[in-house]
Design a binder for this molecule. Structure first.
Ligand code: ATP
Ligand code: MG
Length: 408
């Protein structure tokens, strides 16, 4: 018989004669310690008290039969190799047992010292190889998960950089014409004021004059109406330009390419600038309601926090069928809290645990990358905050973010 190091074997066999012959073959080796039991139940009683290097079992036991024996044993001792003993000409049962988790099978009629020794060493070797493969698979799937998450971060960083770059470029381009248009309008307003004073004076003269021709022109050209409407038009145009200026400054705030270090930030103004940028996508889908409290500054990277708000707001708008409501609430207790609620379709329970996973999307192909929430989760985690979701199918979803307030 092949020499084994100290080997502890659980041997399950109810037939006395078969048990005797196996024991005779094994006990010649003093390093083999055999625990013989006659039923599966008796064997499983050793599950807590003893650990075995190998299990040899009959498949026709009084309390269990065939592959069921293997299934029970592998459940209790998942890391112990198993050899099954079958009756003569029962090769198919043996192969079936291997599919269920056994490492080898031996027909009782073929039992000799050498076949048993070969089977034992083969079973233990095969089992340790399987364990190694399993460990390698586990390592591979862990690396794969890490790779996926790194890839998603890279994609998002790239996306962010592109958006930031575009936004900064557009803001710069618009800013110049905007400045001179606004300054020209300022001068025009003064000119119109002077001209209207002058025309007023002329009107006095025209009224007292007998030349009806001038008076007729004044009426045909609607000079009185124009003089009345001019200041209103100019005022409206100035307000329009001021609005564009505000949007541009929000866009700049949103993109802030240069800011990669945390700085004390007003979360309400982050929300404001993000909503401004996303307004086109939001206002067609929902009324936006605000319930904003005074907040202390949060030490954070505002560009990243904006990105989180953007992802959540876009998801909220996309979840609303028809027209609904998005409510934004902020408050401060021991930390700064932001809650974005929507009246959308909600998230079914079976999907809820996956929504923060990279590439998990329920949207049509091409509509979502499934990265928004995984990136948001990552960003909030890096800011030592939390992000939680509460949802009811048919009623809506709310995301609550908590960000700690630290000394800057
Ligand atoms: N407010 C919400 N209401 C309903 N479902 C939501 C909501 N927010 C997220 N989900 C679900 O979670 C999934 C994952 O969201 P996530 O933002 O990560 O990816 P996405 O929106 O599908 O794609 P991406 O944001 O990358 O364009 C979404 O596909 C959607 O099914
Ligand atoms: Mg999304």
């Amino acid at each position: 018989m092949k020499r084994f190091d100290e080997t502890s074997i659980l041997f399950i066999e109810d037939d006395d004669a078969d048990a005797q012959s196996v024991q005779q073959l094994l006990c010649i080796n003093p390093k083999i310690h055999l625990t013989w039991v006659t039923s599966l139940a008796e064997g499983t009683q050793h599950s807590e008290s003893s650990s075995f290097d190998l299990i040899i079992t009959d498949l026709g036991l009084p309390d269990s039969k065939d592959v069921n024996v293997v299934e029970v044993l592998t459940r209790i001792w998942p890391t112990t190799p198993i050899i099954v003993l079958t009756g003569c000409h029962m090769k198919s049962l043996g192969r079936f047992a291997i599919h269920s988790g056994a490492q080898d099978y031996l027909e009782k009629g073929d039992l000799t010292r050498s076949t048993l020794a070969a089977s034992m060493s083969y079973a233990m070797e095969r089992h340790s190889l399987l364990q190694e493969i399993k460990q390698t698979c586990d390592e591979l799937s862990y690396s794969n998960a890490q790779l996926k998450s790194a890839q998603s971060r890279l994609v998002q960083n790239e996306k962010l950089a592109t958006i930031g770059h575009l936004a900064a470029g557009v803001a710069h381009e618009i800013n110049n014409p905007l400045s001179f248009a606004k300054s020209n309008l300022g001068s025009l307003t003064k000119y119109v004021k002077n001209m209207s004073t002058f025309i007023d004076l002329q009107s006095q003269v025209v009224k007292s004059a007998t030349d009806l021709e001038i008076s007729k022109h004044q009426s045909n050209l609607k000079i009185d109406y124009i003089l009345d409407d001019c200041p209103k038009l100019l005022q409206e145009t100035i307000e329009g330009l001021e609005r564009i200026q505000e949007i541009i400054s929000n866009l700049k705030l949103f993109s802030r390419e240069e800011v990669t270090k945390p700085s004390p930030t007003d979360i309400n103004s982050c929300l404001g600038s993000t909503i401004q940028v996303a307004l086109k996508n939001l206002q067609d889908k929902a009324e936006i309601k605000y319930d904003l409290a005074e907040l202390p500054p949060v030490l954070c990277i505002p560009q990243q926090i904006n990105q989180v708000f953007m992802n959540i707001l876009l998801n909220a708008a996309q979840s609303i069928q028809g027209y609904g409501t998005i409510t934004i609430k902020t408050w401060y207790d021991t930390a700064v809290n932001i809650r974005i609620s929507d009246s959308g379709e909600g998230i079914p329970t079976e999907h809820l645990s996956h929504i923060f996973e990279p590439f998990y999307t329920l949207k049509q192909t091409g509509e979502g990358t499934g990265l928004g929430l995984s990136i948001s989760h990552d960003i909030i985690q890096k800011h030592n905050g939390t992000i939680m979701v509460d949802t009811t199918v048919g009623l809506g979803t709310q995301f609550t973010i908590t960000l700690p307030v630290q000394d800057s």
